[in-house]
Design a protein around this ligand. Sequence first.
Ligand code: ADP
Ligand code: MG
Length: 240
Amino acid sequence: MKANTEKKIILSAKELYKTYGKGEAAVHALNDVSLDIYEGELLAILGSSGSGKSTLLNMLGGMDKPDSGSITIGGRELSALKDRELTRYRKDDVGFVFQSFNLIAELTAKENVAMTAVAEKGGDIVTEMLELVGLGAKLDSYPTQMSGGEQQRVSIARALAKNPRLLLCDEPTGALDYETGKQILIALEKLVRDHGKTVVIVTHTQEIGRMADRVIRMRSGRIIERSVNESPVSAEIMEW
Ligand code: ADP
Ligand code: MG
């Protein structure tokens, strides 16, 4: 996304706070965090372990609630949603990709993806999404018959099959070797550049910031730096 094109905010988080524990033992996992996410962008949230990245991502995805602050998406305030509506938000509006792929071992790639797929008019969204991540030939493979990178791509296809407003990825390459991790980043990049998806990647690997449209750096629960990449580096040639 070019900085001078019109950008539409799809999610806006304002003044989020989250503290774990009390008194001397209190950990300020989020300490006044505000950010916007723009439609069609690749946003990287960088920070070392313990900086609050997962806490933030879980809140954006409606999996956890801040002590205070607001998160607005599509005109709705998450904290105002009833439990049932919040469950629906998690289920329909956001896709999650985790470091651990969380596939169901007894199900094939196709069956794993079908678990979340929305019923679409015409077309087979399950096959389509698996083809999108380059797994057209592995539709009937079980997780144990696939490499780590292939399993992660199934989990990306699974997240996409519900056609979420945004895809939240928490250390998506964390459990993968360098080359495989790179393939995952190429797949995520393609989703943004060729298919207009909105992708947030949370990672402690600083270099991954180079492929993003925007970078947010966190330390000790705070955002310490925000930057825009006018010309993001393609994941293909990026090295770390
Ligand atoms: P990151 O994803 O950047 O590694 P986290 O968001 O997981 O960081 O954690 C931020 C801080 O909050 C850390 O100090 C962590 O130990 C603490 N924390 C996270 N979740 C909990 C929890 N459920 N209970 C207590 N402390 C937690
Ligand atoms: Mg984390």
